[in-house]
Design a protein around this ligand. Sequence first.
Ligand SMILES: Nc1ncnc2c1ncn2[C@@H]1O[C@H](COP(=O)(O)OP(=O)(O)OP(=O)(O)O)[C@@H](O)[C@H]1O
Length: 298
Amino acid sequence: MTTAPGTTDRPETTAPLVTLEDVGKSYGNVHALRGVNLEVHAGEVTCVLGDNGAGKSTLIKIIAGLHEHTTGTFTVNGIKRNLASPRAAQALGIATVYQDLALAPLMSVWRNFFMGNELRKGLFLDAARMRQIAEEELSKMGIFIGDLDRPVAGLSGGQKQCIAIARAIYFGAQVIILDEPTAALGVKQSGVVLKYIAKARDAGLGVVFITHNPHHAYLVGNRFIVLKLGRLTLDTHRDELSLDQLTAEMAGGQELAELQHELGGAGSGTTTDPDDRQAEPTGPDTPGVHDDGTKGEA
Ligand SMILES: Nc1ncnc2c1ncn2[C@@H]1O[C@H](COP(=O)(O)OP(=O)(O)OP(=O)(O)O)[C@@H](O)[C@H]1O
């Protein structure tokens, strides 16, 4: 399985590739993001965790050039930006691998690898060169697919994610944003993808890894931010955070504790009447959750 990032060194002497400072985004009167800070450093994985509706997609879309932020500053390589399109983001070395991958299922592996960047020899596609480069690049990343003429539809979800990641790296990404790349995968395939995330990190890219899964995040992450209803509820470095703490944060420690109290009284009928709290058990604290409900040890 993927090894956790080997060092706790923080290469913060290098300037961040991407910085968001106090960034907000509103859709009309819906505040999807407020006051978000985030840094993406070369050779690090920044994990963005959060429940449905937390604002993860909005955050990706700002960095990927799909939406402009409404407040705060967004900086790429030290220059303030408001990216007008995904092409503008790509030109700055920011690549995004979406869940649906934008692969053409019936086309071959090598055609997909070069999709939109085809090599030509005169008027014709230079199929031999594209096939050869795709093979070399995939094997550099330790991805062995066999026959690159086969359509990508026949590949596993993990292999498809890896092709999309390798393609982004080959075409010059410095920052790669991965939108829940393990969400639809089983344990084994998730492991394959996590390995390539670690490889991209070790190759010096700045990786933004969006996920619901704290276990996956903790295997490869250097920095962790948790979003809840558009605000940051956690922003920390790996050496200041245990997996248990990250899991508790994701599970919504306080809410879970409250829910557990409510459900604990289910035998006498579920009620949220505050007067009923007198009947709550006065035994030991809820396992796994501290009084403040956030960073308990399981
Ligand atoms: N185009 C839009 N117009 C209006 N509201 C939007 C739009 N896009 C997102 N929102 C709202 O912004 C908030 C954050 O949504 P967002 O999709 O960024 O969350 P998310 O964390 O990616 O959720 P999920 O994991 O379900 O994709 C939600 O309340 C959502 O309804």
